[in-house]
Design a protein around this ligand. Sequence first.
Ligand code: ASP
Ligand code: MG
Length: 408
Amino acid sequence: MALIVQKYGGTSVGSPERIKNVAKRVAKFRAEGHQVVVVVSAMSGETNRLLALAKEISAKPDPRELDVVVSTGEQVTIGLLALALQEIGVAAKSYTGGQVKILTDDAFTKARILSIDEAAMRRDLDAGKVVVVAGFQGVDADGDITTLGRGGSDTTGVALAAALKADECQIYTDVDGVYTTDPRIVPEARKLDTVTFEEMLEMASLGSKVLQIRSVEFAGKYKVKLRVLSSFEEGGEGTLITVEENRNMEQPVISGIAFNRDEAKITVLGVPDQPGIAYQILGPVAEANVDVDMIIQNAGRDGTADFSFTVARGDLDKTLNVLDRVKAVIGAKAIESDKTMCKVSLVGVGMHSHPGIAARMFRTLSEEAINIRMISTSEIKVSVVIDEKYLELAVRVLHRAFELDQAV
Ligand code: ASP
Ligand code: MG
């Protein structure tokens, strides 16, 4: 007998029919003798609908009240799933985040989980019940409802698995696992049997939307055995997200190719090459709450430097406004920007023991005459910024060059 936490996303509970299917799957695990805690998202589209409703009332809704509104989507699905389970003879009980007591801080709309009271859930599990918990929500010390940020049900699932010391946390979604890259771009993309937490974190932060980033961090920190599976297919093994030591020996050097279209590049030209310039440029940008990603500085022979960095496209105008103010102070000659950039990254923990990966990447791109605008590397990834129009081509040729379509 194992204790399993299963999380079902919005599409998996998108209609009464699908909720009944989830109930059947849960019943199967119960019949095998396992204890099951189920975490559900709101029905697909529901959270967006609720957000839009609030925006119709108020252009800048008060975050506390916004959380009161958007957390209701999950309250509907826990009740419906508990009913569906009872209908097929499985004892079940639903819990909101507050009823469990998933205690969070009071950062409405992006709260962090502080602790989870597992006593009530444990009692129900021991009494043979399936426990159905609302994802995405918690309660702060004042008893106010909080939410965990978009995609937060993944984090609820992992956090419950950690608190209950579950044997496995299964994330059921509309894909059957984590792929070497987006199959819509490369049809030969392959499902990975395993991927490490570090790789998954890179892939998630680089634009692969299978799991909320925070849930992966959480799982890595608390060593939760995490698996991504399809809720529409029977019998698949999905992708196991694991620690590096637990992988088999024959792991490929590169696990996947991630990409992100949402990149804008800014260059501050002709700034004096002296201490403090990076801070004078990026300090005000950070104060405006803009996340800066890649940074490159290039000093010329004339005592000036060019300073380039990337931000999310949605932050470009805000950043340019900030820089407009800074420009005169630091004596920059000009500021240029380009919002048609994208980022393509090779990810793989095997990379640190295999030199030459970056060179092979650059050669592959050069053979297609794709110009690399910026480069950054870490132990387990190489990222390049290129023109967005080359994104598909770049991902396809890299996928082939690193033989990611080949089974290992
Ligand atoms: N319903 C929330 C959202 O759409 C949380 C989740 O689905 O994970 O973001
Ligand atoms: Mg999701």
